[in-house]
Design a protein around this ligand. Structure first.
Ligand code: IVH
Length: 675
């Protein structure tokens, strides 16, 4: 057995090699073999191991140096004033510490205001104008010396070759004016570029920033002109600094002079104001045309900013407020098979807990056997995890170079790990293996969980843990069994006391005659979601009628295609399902028939955009459905009304306009929903 230190040394060596590869590709070849966040995550692990074993630190470790190699062929030019970098803050506490620190350096009388802009994920450049004419464009380089990329930058449409004259700003057209900003490639342009490359079988670019950087730093201006790039300015410098007293004014001046600057800037008085702005953009940023991973916050008064000075390579008077990274690296501890409600056998990675996008991730679905094989994910691998906002975390890829040989290749089991039944595929070319045993314990508790879930019977107190306990105690074998549960049975389990047991039994008993749509959805028929269940209920009115419907009857229902119709037929023909229905019936648990001949909104299709004040989207959707209408998630040709709430996205409104969909207000909706 190897000792811990020797194991750490092996890992350190591997991490260093991979990080060195990343840096070489990134800085020298303008290519990216992984995201910056993933590389940061690896550097973090390396730093931790080196902290634990300081004698293993070598001078060539990536933790010990900062540098990048210049591209040969571009002429170096020294910056008039260094192009600095920014220190990062990641949360409220670090932000408050920054504010406190700068206040220490300033007299108490100083009135501090903070200027905020989005931090664009692009490539920094300085434009030098002499008497209003563009004479030089220089990359950031190492901050002190950059590269001459004038010919390339001249091809960018948003860079004025001559500054515009504007009343009150004439002096900027005299002498030297330097404008700094970020060269960005928009996400949509990047996607198009890669699509075109894919068609031509050319290697794909890694991300918009690298593509922008690579484009600007190559030697053929014609090629640059073919790639859509934009320049967003964030700073303007004059030899007499007093001409630009605040950053707020700098942005105004840049716009007056014909330069593009972000419209989303704002001033804040304190950390609360900064955090409000940060929160406002955290979600909305995905809708921006360019990538951004945070904000830049600068002291607005530029004389105070200068007074605050520079520490290392970063000004004290500014910080980058970074959103939580959406990628990180971690280890796959194991891969297990999760059996779903419909029997699907899904490989799931158990991960060493890792913080991604603000929350801890310890599991990620690997979707199916072929996906695991395609990505070659093995137990023991270090992998890159991606998670954005509320989306389900995903394993992007294993870092093959970090393998030790002890990783275990994934093998799909032949039998269901829960009940031992041989796994099958519905069709030979299906990606998904299934456990065909309707009574498989995992399928049972997931079925009951689905039946009790909010959108189905909405039974309070019947969550995952309680259901598993009831199944394990042998008290329930399927959804109908819950109606036979008595307080005395439940009290025998550790999880329950007198009150909670009574509450649960009452909650269950109150759902004996549910609305047909909810019951139908609760049965968990494959491909029957909430809306389809509502449409089926409105069409067939009674469960028995639906159970006897033919393929053609089913196909007549809106939104029911061949696959859904087949799945419904299949469900009602299955013996186990018939037994379940018979049991419900014998217990007197049965859905109400749909009585309304059709509500006020029968046949109407409604989309809500933005947020509503008087109700949640879910409430609105439920009411629309109750009145016979359809709640759609996005505007289509057949949409009847678009309800425009607060904070509306421009894209939905634009689409509604082009499709000439009637737009109504929340008030109009409330009127429509009145019985
Ligand atoms: S202001 C002291 N504003 O971020 C530098 N920079 O990490 C202050 N960046 O090199 C620059 N968006 O290239 C500023 N709205 C923005 C920015 C921005 C992106 C880049 C810039 C700088 C880097 C610092």
């Amino acid at each position: 057995m190897k000792g811990d230190k020797s194991k750490a040394n092996d890992r350190i060596k591997k991490l260093r090699e991979l990080i060195a590869d990343y840096r070489y590709y990134y800085h020298v070849l303008d290519e990216s073999i992984m995201s910056e966040a993933a590389a940061d995550s690896l550097k973090h692990e390396l730093t931790q191991l080196e902290e634990q074993y300081p004698d293993l630190i070598t001078p060539d470790s990536p933790t010990q140096r900062v540098a990048g190699a210049p591209i040969p062929g571009l002429h170096p030019i020294e910056h008039s004033v260094p192009m600095l970098s920014l220190n990062d803050v990641f949360n409220e506490v670090e932000l408050a510490a920054w504010v406190k620190r700068i206040k220490k350096f300033l007299p108490p009388s100083a009135r501090l205001e903070y200027f905020m802009d989005l931090k664009m994920d692009g490539f920094a450049a300085a434009l030098v104008y002499e008497d209003g004419i563009l004479v030089k464009a220089i990359t950031r380089g190492n901050g002190r010396v950059g590269e001459d990329v004038t010919a390339n930058v001249r091809t960018i449409e948003s860079v004025p070759l001559r500054l515009r004259g504007a009343a009150g700003y004439e002096h900027f057209l005299k002498g030297r004016t330097e404008v700094r900003g970020e060269i960005v490639m928009y996400k949509a342009d990047f996607a198009k570029l890669n699509e075109a490359r894919a068609l031509k079988n050319l290697p794909l670019f890694a991300n918009p920033r690298n593509t922008a950087a690579g484009t600007i730093r190559q030697l053929n201006p014609k090629l640059v002109a073919e790639r859509p790039l934009h320049f967003h300015s964030y700073d303007i410098l004059r030899s007499d600094a007093s001409e630009v007293a605040t950053n707020d004014f700098a942005y105004k001046a840049m716009r007056k002079l014909g330069l593009r600057a972000n419209a989303a800037t704002q001033l804040a008085k304190d950390t609360k104001g900064i955090l409000d702005f940060a929160n406002q953009w955290e979600k909305a940023r995905s809708k921006l045309p360019f990538n951004t991973d945070g904000l830049v916050i600068k002291v607005n008064d530029r004389s105070l900013f200068t007074r605050l000075g520079v520490v290392g390579k970063a000004p004290r008077g500014a910080v980058a407020y970074k959103y939580p990274a959406e990628q990180a690296t971690t280890k796959v501890k194991d891969i297990f098979i999760s059996i779903g409600r419909t029997g699907s056998a899904t490989p799931v990675a158990i991960l060493e807990p890792v913080l991604v996008a603000g929350s801890t991730v310890q599991m990620a679905t690997l979707h199916n056997e072929s996906e695991v094989k395609r990505k070659d994910i093995r137990a023991g691998d270090t992998v890159i995890i991606h998670k954005a906002g509320d989306i389900i975390p995903e394993v992007i890829e294993p870092l093959i170079k970090l393998r030790t040989g002890a990783e275990k290749e994934f093998k799909m089991p032949l039998d269901c790990p829960e009940c031992g039944t041989r796994l099958t595929k519905l069709k030979a070319d299906d990606a998904v293996w299934r456990c065909p045993n309707n009574n498989c314990p995992s399928r049972v508790w997931k079925r009951v969980q689905h039946y009790a879930s909010k959108a189905a019977l909405d039974i309070e107190g019947l969550g995952e843990k309680n259901i598993i306990a009831l199944v394990e105690a042998g008290l329930i074998k399927d959804a109908p069994d819950i109606y036979e549960l008595r307080k005395e049975h439940i009290l025998g389990l550790d999880r329950f006391a007198e009150i909670s047991a009574t509450k649960l039994v009452n909650a269950i008993q109150s759902t004996r005659n549910p609305p047909l749509a909810r019951f139908l959805y609760g049965l968990g028929i494959r491909h029957v979601g909430v809306q389809t269940a509502v449409d089926l209920a409105n069409r067939f009115k009674r469960l028995d009628t639906l159970g006897n419907a033919t393929f053609n009857d089913l196909r007549m229902v809106e939104g029911v295609g061949d696959i859904v119709a087949e799945s419904i037929l299949f469900w009602f023909e299955d013996d186990d399902n018939r037994r379940i229905l018979a049991k419900f019936r014998s217990l007197g648990v049965w859905p109400q028939d749909v009585k309304t001949v059709g509500g006020k909104l029968l046949g109407k299709k409604i989309v809500i955009t933005g947020s509503l004040e008087s109700m949640s989207r879910e409430e609105a959707a439920e009411k629309v459905r109750m009145l016979g209408g359809t709640f759609q998630s996005s505007v289509g040709k057949d949409t009847d009304y678009l309800v425009v709430g607060a904070n509306v996205g421009a894209s939905k409104l634009k689409k509604a306009k082009t499709l000439s969909v009637t737009q109504i207000t929340e008030k109009d909706l409330v009127k429509l929903l009145q019985l």
